[in-house]
Design a protein. Structure first.
Length: 229
C-alpha cells in the first residue's frame, strides 16, 4: 500500500501569545477597522487581518464566523471612534456653540479624509450586504441623535435659534456627507465656498451671525485614530 505524502511542516512564526478573549476580539476589530480605512472594506478578508496580526485565519474565524459580521463590526468600530473624536464626551460641559464650532472644525479637516472614504465605501457595499446595511443605518442614527441633542442644548441655552432641531441637523449632515462624497477626488479642485459650506449652513439654520462659528475655531483638529497607534 502506498503511503500518502507527508505535508510540509509549517514554518515557525515565533512564540504565540495567548490573550484574553475580550482583548483578542478587540485587537481583531481594531486591525480590521484600520485595514478598512486604508485598503477599503471590500479588500478586508480574514486572511488579510490574520496576516496583519501575525496569526492564523482560523483565529479570526473563531471570533467572527463570517466575513459579513467582521466587516459590519469593523465599520461600526471605526465609525464609533470617528463620532467620539468629533464630539468627544469630555467636551460635554462646554457651551453648545463651542462644541458645534469644534465639531465643524474637525469634520472639515484633512484628518478625516480616510473616514469619508470609508463611509462612501460602506454605503456602496451595504446595498449588497444586509448586515453592513444595518450597521451603516445604526451609525447614521447615532450621529443624528448626538448632533440633534447638541442643537437642542444650544436652543435651550439661548445660543441657537431654530424651531426644528432635527431638520437643522439633517441639513447639516447632508452638506457634510455631500462634501465627503468627493473624498476620492485627486484633482485638487477646491473653493472657499465649499470649505466654508458646513459652517455657513449651520449659521443660517441656527440663526447665527455669519462668521460666528469661524471665530470659535481655534482649537487643534482631533484625529480619528491616535497618532502613531
Amino acid at each position: 500500500m502506498t503511503s500518502s505524502p507527508r505535508r510540509p511542516a509549517r514554518a515557525a512564526t515565533g512564540p504565540r501569545t495567548r490573550k484574553a478573549p475580550a482583548e483578542r476580539r478587540a485587537e481583531i476589530l481594531d486591525a480590521a477597522a484600520r485595514l478598512a480605512l486604508t485598503e477599503g472594506l471590500e479588500r478586508v478578508t480574514m486572511q488579510l487581518v490574520a496576516d496583519h496580526l501575525g496569526v492564523r485565519p482560523g483565529l479570526i474565524g473563531h471570533y467572527f464566523p463570517t466575513i459579513e459580521t467582521l466587516l459590519a463590526e469593523a465599520f461600526t468600530h471605526a465609525a464609533t471612534r470617528e463620532r467620539r473624536s468629533l464630539l468627544p464626551p469630555a467636551e460635554s460641559d462646554l457651551p453648545p456653540l463651542r462644541r458645534l464650532a469644534l465639531f465643524l472644525h474637525r469634520v472639515s479637516g484633512p484628518d478625516f479624509t480616510d473616514l469619508d472614504r470609508l463611509w462612501l465605501n460602506a454605503r456602496h457595499l451595504s446595498r449588497y450586504r444586509p448586515t453592513l446595511h444595518q450597521a451603516v443605518a445604526d451609525q447614521e442614527a447615532e450621529m443624528r441623535t448626538e448632533l440633534t441633542t447638541l442643537i437642542e442644548d444650544g436652543v435651550a441655552a439661548g445660543e441657537f435659534t431654530t424651531t426644528d432641531p432635527p431638520a437643522a441637523c439633517l441639513l447639516l449632515l447632508v452638506v457634510i456627507d455631500g462634501l465627503g462624497s468627493y473624498a476620492n477626488d485627486t484633482t485638487g479642485f477646491t473653493h472657499p465656498a465649499l470649505a466654508a459650506l458646513p459652517r455657513t449652513t449651520a449659521e443660517q439654520q441656527l440663526g447665527l451671525t455669519p462668521g460666528t462659528l469661524t471665530l470659535q475655531q481655534d482649537a487643534g483638529r482631533a484625529r480619528p485614530w491616535p497618532s502613531g497607534a
